[in-house]
Design a protein around this ligand. Structure first.
Ligand code: AKG
Ligand code: FE2
Length: 422
C-alpha cells in the first residue's frame, strides 16, 4: 500500500516556527583575492524605463548586456523589484522543505526512482520533474554519486493547475501554506524580469521589442503551448572527503543548462565557477548581495547562432572558512514553448544575419522539447560521466555537442560520440 502522505511528520503551525536559514558570512576581501574570481557585470533593472521615452535608457542597458551575454553568457541583475526580505523568507521555507525526514521525501520524488538509471519514457527524471531529487541520484566519475538535494516546482504560471487542491495535496505538508508566496516570486521573475531581459535581448538582436518574449507567453491551462519553466530550491551537502577527492572537489559536475535564461539567487559561498568560453579557464563567481546570477542556456545559444554564450559552469567545494555553512540557492530555469525551433532561423535577426551567424548545416532542425529531453537524459549518466578528468564524454545530439566543453570549431579535434542513441 502506498504510504499516507506527509501528515506523518511535524509541520510548524506558522512561519515563525520554521527553523531560520543561516546564510554563510561573506569572505574577507583578502581571502577572496587568493582565488581566481570574476565579478559579473551588474545590469541595474531600476534603470529600465518603459515606453517610447524610455528607449534611450533601454538601449544603454542593452549595450551593457550585450558585452556579457556574448562573451561569458553570465551577468548579475540588481534591483529586480522583489523585496530582499521576501527572498529571505523563501530561503527559510526552502531549507525547512529540504530538511523534512528522508522517508517523507521519498513520497515526493521528482523522478520515478531514486537513481538516474531510470526509464525516461515514464518520467521527466530528477533534473526536471516536480518534487525531490535525492542525494546520490546522479552518477559522477569513478563510482562517486552526488550529495545534492533539490526540490523542483513545475506549472508555477498556471494558477488553476499549480493551486488546485490536487496539486497542493501532492506537495509536502510543510510547504503547502506557502504556495502562493513561492508562486509570486517565480511569477515576478517570469512576467517582469524575464520580459525586460527579453526586450533588451531584442534590442541587441535588432528585433522589435517583444519578439523574444513571444516564446515565453503563457496560455493559462495549456502547458504544451506555454513558455515557462521550473523553479528549484537546491541545497548542497558536504561530500564524503574520499569521494570529493576522487572527483577533484566537484560538487556539481560542469555542464551548460539546456534552457534559455537561468536566474539564481547570489549567495556568499565561493563555489560557483564558470569555464571561460574561449580559453577554458575556470573562475569563481563573486557574490553580489541582493542580486541574481543569470546565465544563458543552450536553447538561447542555438536561437542566436551561438552569439549568446551558454557557458559550462560547475559548483566546487567551498574554501575552509565557509565549509560548515549550507549552500542554498533558489533557481528559475526559463523554458520557451516546447515547439520552439531552436536555431537562428526562428528569430531571423538582422544583426545575426549580418554577422553570418546562421544555422550551421550540421544542426538538425529540432524543437526545444526534443533538445531538453535528450540532453536531460544524459546529465547524470554513468555512460558519459565515468571519465578521468572532470569533463564528460562529448556526445553529438542532432548535430550539436551535448555540452559546450569545446567550441564549435574544435569539434573535429575532440573525441565526440556521434549518432548517440538517447
Ligand atoms: O548552485 C548553483 O549555483 C548552480 C546550479 C546549476 O548550475 C544548475 O542547477 O544547473
Ligand atoms: Fe546550471
Amino acid at each position: 500500500m502506498a504510504p499516507v502522505p506527509s501528515e506523518l511528520s511535524y509541520v510548524p503551525a506558522s512561519y515563525e516556527e520554521l527553523s531560520p536559514f543561516h546564510e554563510a558570512p561573506v569572505l574577507d576581501q583578502s581571502t577572496i583575492d587568493k582565488y581566481p574570481v570574476v565579478h559579473l557585470d551588474a545590469i541595474d533593472l531600476s534603470q529600465y524605463v518603459e515606453g517610447p521615452e524610455g528607449l534611450p535608457a533601454r538601449q544603454k542597458l542593452a549595450a551593457q548586456l550585450e558585452e556579457s551575454i556574448s562573451t561569458s553568457g553570465f551577468f548579475n541583475l540588481i534591483n529586480t523589484g522583489y523585496d530582499a526580505d521576501k527572498i529571505e523568507r523563501l530561503k527559510t521555507i526552502a531549507i525547512n522543505l529540504l530538511n523534512i525526514p528522508q522517508e517523507e521525501k521519498m513520497q515526493y520524488l521528482a523522478g520515478a526512482i531514486t537513481s538516474d538509471d531510470e526509464d525516461r519514457t515514464k518520467s521527466l527524471g530528477g533534473e526536471r520533474g516536480a518534487g525531490f531529487k535525492p542525494r546520490g541520484y546522479w552518477s559522477f566519475a569513478k563510482g562517486v554519486r552526488d550529495a545534492i538535494e533539490h526540490y523542483n516546482f513545475r506549472n508555477l504560471l498556471h494558477d488553476d493547475i499549480f493551486l488546485s487542491p490536487e496539486a497542493i495535496s501532492k506537495l509536502p505538508a510543510i510547504v503547502r501554506p506557502y504556495v502562493t508566496e513561492i508562486q509570486a516570486y517565480y511569477q515576478h521573475l517570469h512576467y517582469d524580469v524575464l520580459k525586460k531581459i527579453s526586450a533588451l535581448s531584442d534590442i541587441i538582436l535588432e528585433l522589435p521589442e517583444g519578439t523574444l518574449y513571444e516564446m515565453f507567453e503563457v496560455k493559462q491551462n495549456d502547458l504544451q503551448n506555454s513558455g515557462g519553466g521550473f523553479g528549484r530550491f537546491m541545497r548542497y551537502h558536504k561530500m564524503d572527503p574520499e569521494d570529493e577527492a576522487k572527483v577533484q572537489k566537484n560538487w556539481l559536475r560542469g555542464h551548460s543548462d539546456s534552457t534559455t535564461f537561468t536566474m539564481i539567487t547570489s549567495q556568499p559561498i565561493l563555489s560557483l565557477q564558470i569555464r571561460d568560453y574561449d580559453t577554458g579557464e575556470w573562475k569563481f563567481v563573486a557574490h553580489r548581495p541582493n542580486s541574481l546570477v543569470v546565465n544563458i542556456g543552450d536553447a538561447l545559444e542555438f536561437l542566436t547562432g551561438s552569439y549568446f554564450k551558454s557557458s559550462i559552469h560547475r559548483v566546487v567545494a567551498p574554501p575552509e572558512e565557509q565549509k560548515d555553512y549550507t549552500r542554498l540557492v533558489l533557481i528559475y530555469f526559463q523554458q520557451p514553448k516546447a515547439g520552439t525551433i531552436v536555431d537562428p532561423e526562428t528569430l531571423n535577426s538582422p544583426k545575426l544575419n549580418r554577422l553570418g551567424l546562421t544555422k550551421p548545416a550540421e544542426w538538425e532542425k529540432i524543437d526545444f522539447f526534443t533538445w531538453d529531453d535528450s540532453k536531460g537524459r544524459l546529465y547524470g549518466q554513468k555512460a558519459v560521466n565515468d571519465t578521468d578528468g572532470d569533463e564528460p564524454l562529448s556526445v553529438l545530439l542532432y548535430g550539436r555537442l551535448h555540452e559546450r566543453w569545446h567550441q564549435r570549431d574544435k569539434q573535429e579535434e575532440v573525441g565526440v560520440i556521434r549518432d548517440y542513441q538517447v
